[in-house]
Write a protein that binds this ligand. Sequence first.
Ligand SMILES: [Zn+2]
Length: 372
Amino acid sequence: MTRKREGMFSGRTSRSMERPKINYGYLNLPDDLDVFKPEGSTEVVFDVLPYKVTDPNHLDNKKYSDDAVKGEYWWKRPLKVHRSVGPDEISIVCPTTVGKKCPICEYGTRRRKEGAEWDELKMIFPKDRTLFLIVPVDAQECEVDYVEGKVHLIDQSDHLFLEYINDQVKRDIDFENFPDPFNGLSLQVYWRKRKLGKNTFAEASKIDFIERAEQYDEAFLESLPSLDDMIVILDYKEIEALYFGMEGFEEDDYDTANLRIEEKEDEEERPRRKGRSERTPVTNRQMKKAATEEDVEEDVEEDVKPKPLMRKTSTIEKTKEERVRRRPVKKEEIGENECPFGHTFGEDTDEYDDCNLCGVLEECREEKDNRK
Ligand SMILES: [Zn+2]
């Protein structure tokens, strides 16, 4: 193919200035699927559309066998995500999302039995998120131009979005057919800026179900990608190696390491955290560092069983010490481009425990990215 004769930077200056796509390492997105990331203080109208389930272990199917059945359409894809895994502190999908065993959850269960504090456990167990396919109908208030009429992905922490849908549907059960492609309703969502712990983020503070201007047809529905196929699940051993820092982990080591743990469990009250081979997480930073923005205060997961879908954040447990330590930083205390804790703005990003409490962490991260 011969390229049209163009300027040296045609099509490149603009793309080089685009904001980077959010890192979705735990999702493998089709090229033509854009992500809708809600911004605070905006009102958006969009339709939630169902996708064809391809995973026989869909978590909603485990709850009700006639929901989320493989080969049929379903309106959402629950996801469990471990944050800050391994030295690079990546996010990975917990394999229990697709009905598989997870070494991190197993470690968490063990730590819980050993009486570990909530502070530690919440960093081990996965956070609940949900993926949705949506079509923006009116996103004028957003700074980013979402393409109206085109399907996008929403990947949101449950207590920022799903729980509000639940509240609204409970209020009027007639709304529950809203994701119906042929006879559904649009969601008019007001995303408000909210600070939780350390960060500002968009939360669906008000949801109204309104009549759709247009419904969808079979052909459009058929063209939608399956959310199940986007989920990246690492192998058990891969996760184990990543989390516990067992590089060059071999099959034989695996059995030995497991044996060692079983033995350890029989011994009581002996400090367990000695070496990597005894399966302690590769870095303590992830114990100290809060996962991400919106997930900080989520509840701990019950073993590997699917949790009740709609949980309230009112179950937050905090130790006394944590309550004292976690003093939120007031807006007026924060100068522009200044770290409220005396670290270097745009440089020490995510390096300190204080970052978990920081109201300007997003800005700090942006600054850091800009400096790269
Ligand atoms: Zn897990």
